[in-house]
Design a protein around this ligand. Structure first.
Ligand SMILES: NC(=O)c1ccc[n+]([C@@H]2O[C@H](COP(=O)([O-])OP(=O)(O)OC[C@H]3O[C@@H](n4cnc5c(N)ncnc54)[C@H](OP(=O)(O)O)[C@@H]3O)[C@@H](O)[C@H]2O)c1
Length: 245
């Protein structure tokens, strides 16, 4: 594996599980120093162990992203960050008629406000240094209606919109901002759906669920010099759409 991210520091939110943990490992394999973010200390220790076993360096910075003060404190503790992966997210599905204000607020806070505050805090350092990569993790729910996916999909659609705006704002100073829209992926979060989740894999052209490493590889590519002219894009890692009819 090329060490094309050596001497780069990457902050991966939600790196204690699923796609975030696989992303932290994929970036570490390319030589980056990793800031593992999450809340669960045991799972964080497991991620750190796996990174250190690869001979890479990592540290844990906990924060509850639903609290804006903790998000800002996380950015301050992180220091100079060259790669920001806004991965942490929640997905609680409910039809609009059945949803409650707390669930609405939680999605806005974790999936949308936290990435916004992190970009606001960390992108200026990237522009001052003349380089940086930000990758926002989106979902097919941003563009395709799903049962009960309303507020979740709305936060991801907003994140894709911000991706294009941030690409225009920060691009002139050498900072690329892109999104990766993931398809249905086996993670700790989706394990809660049980075997019924397998049917989501049958709904994509590849006829299977993704493993987190497959999404992580796409994210690491977007962070790497190989994607040096990709800016403002939402790359679909969703297994393809089956033909209609
Ligand atoms: N899995 C899929 O099928 C799928 C499909 C499309 C898009 N996505 C997106 O991909 C991202 C990762 O999904 P995943 O399935 O890997 O999730 P997951 O297994 O549920 O893991 C979620 C991660 O986010 C962190 N997190 C959640 N709420 C947090 C909060 N309030 N404060 C701080 N950290 C918080 C968790 O940290 P702790 O547990 O340590 O608190 C954990 O590391 C999400 O943005 C999701 O929307 C997933």
């Amino acid at each position: 594996m090329s060490q094309d991210l050596a001497h780069r520091t990457a902050l991966v939110t939600g790196a204690t599980a699923g796609i975030g943990r696989a992303t932290a490992l994929a970036l570490a394999a390319r030589g980056a120093d990793i800031i593992v973010h999450g809340r669960d200390r045991e799972r964080a220790a497991d991620t750190l162990r796996q990174i250190e076993a690869m001979g890479a360096t990592a540290r844990f910075e906990p924060a509850d992203l639903s609290d804006p003060a903790q998000v800002i404190a996380l950015a301050e503790r992180a220091g100079d960050v060259d790669i920001l992966v806004n991965n942490a997210g929640i997905f609680q599905f409910a039809r609009t008629a059945d949803n409650d204000p707390a669930t609405f607020e939680a999605h806005i806070a974790v999936n949308l406000r936290a990435p916004y505050l992190l970009v606001q805090a960390l992108a200026p350092g990237m522009t001052a240094r003349g380089h940086g990569a930000i990758i926002n993790i989106s979902s097919g729910a941003a563009s395709t209606p799903g049962h009960g996916s309303g507020i979740y999909g709305a936060t991801k659609a907003a994140l894709e919109s911000l991706t294009r705006v941030w690409a225009a704002e920060y691009g002139p100073d050498g900072v690329r901002v892109n999104a990766v829209a993931a398809g249905p992926t086996r993670t700790e979060g989706t394990a809660a759906y049980g075997p019924a989740f397998e049917s989501a894999g049958q709904a994509v052209a590849l006829k299977r669920l993704a493993d987190p490493e497959e999404i992580a590889g796409t994210i690491a590519f977007m962070a790497s010099p190989e994607a040096s002219y990709v800016n403002g894009a939402t790359l679909s890692a969703m297994g393809g759409q089956p033909a209609l009819g």
